[in-house]
Design a protein around this ligand. Structure first.
Ligand code: BG6
Length: 498
């Protein structure tokens, strides 16, 4: 794909994300020769910085870049830094953008970026509309002479109503195909590989339905707590922070029908259909019976004292915000009728891992048993999103010797053994895609709204229900015990590494 000459304008550029994620991603793209010949980054924010001090902050003095630099790479740094500029917006984002417009126009003329602009919003979401409105006022959303794209970070909305309002607000200034909603999980190689696993392999797709799949389990665990983001997290919780976006995106890729091709709209149309098929839990009793909410408590892990959630900085000492969420739900369509999906996400788990487990039904006539006399277990396809990216298949083999005893064994593939190809980080991939105008890995307005539509009643019940319980769990364990009861029958959560 060709990347046209362009300018990347980052709003909120003095914040953490620019130095931590965006600049390192751009630097790698630069090193690997993915940036167009004519390319400029313009940082914009309310901090009193100049081109020189901004470059220092995000490039030359940024530990995020320095850490990874080999000797010969250092020589690139200065050349790369020359592409970076800064414009101080003054006290507020809701201000006169005339100076900014002049600056953009000057840089555009001087560096030949052909009026192609990407606006990257690395600001709190309540600023998105303001920035869009002011850009529009300056004619900077106009595409008659070059394209304009608008990238926004998560969270996109706080609930269905606010997400709709935000979509409507942005659509006043940008067309939907100009808006790129980031979900960094879609930038992960293994998440994209879900499509290939399903639709490029005839050994999986014919079985990928209610006839052969017993249930689906998705685990997203982090060992860290809320770190320094207590203030934000306490108003958000696991359901908004991870489930509504990253996990439902994964669900949509697992559940979707085959797209007719690999174009952004073809894939996103199928994802939306899958999200719209999620069975919305309407009454409190259903939500009560299908969800588990937890919050981590202080504990000692490997001799180290770990704070409980309520002791974290920025968190209300009486907070009932969940750091653990487990949800059982159904996808009401032809393919998935009555197949339970179990999805959980949490902080302060024993390890950091994200994986999908497809549990296939057992063979319908059981002839063999294992050494303990138990009939043979189900087959599992385990898709490791991170770490140890790869795919594991669990299947039965005969134990050597007399008789027909069955033992379950592993067929295991690791991405790391594939080749010496450097996997792009999520931000590299997503930035490059947006630079090339490919929105496949970005969430569309209707996707985001469909996901909120499913999550909204749960949020409402968790906030207003009379019998809502937030279970405590010690930091460093696999969540509250009660979550085990969510899974039907003899099945248990698969706790990787246990
Ligand atoms: C972010 C959440 O979107 O994803 C964080 O806001 C979380 O709370 C992070 O830690 C996890 O991302 P990853 O890529 O490390 O799994």
């Amino acid at each position: 794909n060709k990347t046209s000459n362009q300018m990347l304008i980052i709003f909120g550029a003095s914040g953490d994300l620019t130095a931590r994620k965006l600049i390192p991603a751009l630097f790698n793209l630069y090193k690997d020769d993915h940036l167009p010949e004519k390319f400029v980054v313009l940082g914009v924010s309310r901090s009193d910085l100049t081109d020189v001090s901004f470059r220092k902050k995000v490039v030359t003095e940024s530990s995020y870049l320095e850490e990874d630099l080999g000797k010969e790479e250092k020589e690139y740094v200065d050349k790369f830094a020359d592409k970076i500029f800064y414009e101080d917006l003054g006290k507020s984002y809701d201000t006169d953008y005339t100076n900014l417009a002049h600056r953009i126009s000057d840089l555009n003329t001087k560096y030949g970026t052909e009026n192609n602009y990407i606006y990257y919003l690395s600001t709190p979401p309540n600023i998105y509309e303001t920035v869009a409105k002011n850009l529009h006022k300056q004619g900077l959303t106009e595409e008659s002479n070059g394209w304009k794209r608008f990238i926004v970070e998560k969270p996109f909305g706080y609930d269905l109503k606010s997400a709709r309002e935000l979509n409507n607000a942005l659509h006043q200034y940008f067309k939907e195909n100009q808006i790129y909603r980031i979900d960094h999980y879609l930038g992960k190689e293994t998440v994209q590989n879900l499509l290939v696993t399903r639709f490029a392999n005839s050994i999986f797709e014919p079985l990928w339905n209610r006839n052969y799949i017993h249930h689906i389990e998705i685990t997203n665990a982090e060992s860290v707590g809320v770190e320094k983001r207590g203030g934000y997290y306490d108003k958000s919780g696991a359901l908004r922070d991870m489930f509504q976006n990253h996990l439902l995106q994964i669900v949509s890729l697992v559940a979707m029908e085959p797209p007719i091709g690999d174009e952004a709209e073809e894939i996103r149309n199928e994802k939306v259909k899958a999200l719209k098929s999620l069975r919305i839990m309407k009454d409190h009793k259903t939500i009560h019976d299908h969800t588990i909410r937890g919050q981590y408590l202080a504990a000692e892990i490997n001799g180290e004292k770990v704070k409980g959630y309520r002791e974290e900085e920025g968190v209300d000492p009486d907070s009932t915000t969940e750091t653990y969420a487990a949800i059982k739900f159904f996808v009401d369509n032809w393919r998935w009728k009555d197949v339970p999906f179990y999805v959980r996400t949490a902080k302060r788990m024993p390890t950091k891992v994200t994986e999908i487990v497809i549990h296939f039904k057992s063979t319908h006539h059981q002839i063999f048993t294992d050494s303990a006399g138990i009939t043979n277990k189900d087959n599992q396809l385990i898709i490791r999103i991170q770490p140890d990216e790869g795919i594991l298949i669990k299947f039965g083999v005969k134990v050597p010797g007399q008789g027909f005893k069955v033992e379950r064994t592993n067929l295991d593939f690791y991405y790391s053994s594939l080749s010496d190809t450097n996997l792009m980080t999520a931000y590299e991939r997503l930035l490059l895609d947006a630079m090339q105008g490919d929105a496949t890995l970005y969430a569309r307005a209707d996707e985001v709204e469909a996901a909120w539509e499913f999550v909204d009643p749960i949020l409402d019940y968790w906030q207003n229900g009379e019998d809502v319980v937030t279970y405590g769990y010690s930091a460093g364990v696999w969540g509250p015990k009660n979550a085990d009861e969510l899974i039907d029958g003899l099945y248990m959560w698969r706790n990787p590494g246990e």
